[in-house]
Design a protein around this ligand. Structure first.
Ligand code: HEM
Length: 180
């Protein structure tokens, strides 16, 4: 007889003040924990037009020294009409004792980013050290991200991109509000 395992016994938390207690190495990123939603603007020299989008972002932890990261975006038309789903990504942000961050982020467009950076004073900077792409993915050379907590409930995000033969430059910027 097949004997199924018991339910996964460990909690995933969106909050700094709930169980499990966050690992001390998460101290510089505790302000990110939770669900965020907001709007952004994007563009790139290869695109005919700039675009407006909405995005949901979630950061959670399980008591160990990394964050689970999940984001999904959709394009917005006039009057906030959803035009179509846009980028999704998920990954892991590993925090080191000195505030260094090592992030692994993957996208369903065939792109995997290994990014490194630093978290301090409510800002996290990440720049790719390696980008891997599947055989049919767009050519992405590098990205640079900055997440800034402007206030406890406001997160600003900018994303620069070097891809399809273009040098590193603005692709996205967004402002998100904490949902929970
Ligand atoms: C909020 C997240 C994002 C949104 C809303 C977004 C939106 C877009 C849009 C609308 C396009 C035009 C093509 C299309 O209509 O699909 C595009 C192109 C592209 N994006 Fe993004 N993007 C996001 C995140 C990313 C990320 C994380 C990367 C790479 C790591 C990326 C890399 C690219 C590349 C390589 C192109 C193709 C440019 C070209 O071939 O001309 N995007 N993006």
């Amino acid at each position: 007889m097949f004997d199924p395992a018991p339910d996964y016994p460990y909690a995933e938390s969106l909050h700094a003040d709930a169980t499990p207690a966050p690992h001390p190495q998460l101290a510089p990123v505790l302000g990110l924990l939770g669900r965020w939603r907001g709007r952004g603007q994007g563009g790139y020299p290869t695109l005919d037009e700039d675009f407006a989008y909405a995005q949901e972002v979630t950061f959670s932890h399980d008591g160990r020294p990394f964050l689970r990261y999940e984001a999904r975006a959709w394009l917005l038309g006039d009057d906030d009409v959803p035009l179509r789903p846009a980028a999704r990504e998920s990954g892991w942000w590993r925090l080191l004792p000195d505030g260094r961050v090592e992030a692994l982020i993957t996208q369903p467009t065939g792109i995997a980013e290994i990014a490194v950076g630093h978290a301090a004073d409510g800002a996290i900077d990440l720049a790719t050290r390696q980008v891997a792409t599947t055989p049919t993915a767009k050519d992405v050379e590098a990205t640079r991200r900055r997440y800034t907590l402007d206030a406890p409930d406001t997160l600003t995000f900018t994303h620069d991109l070097a891809a399809v033969g273009q040098p590193l430059q603005h692709h996205l910027s967004a402002r998100l509000r904490r949902q929970s």
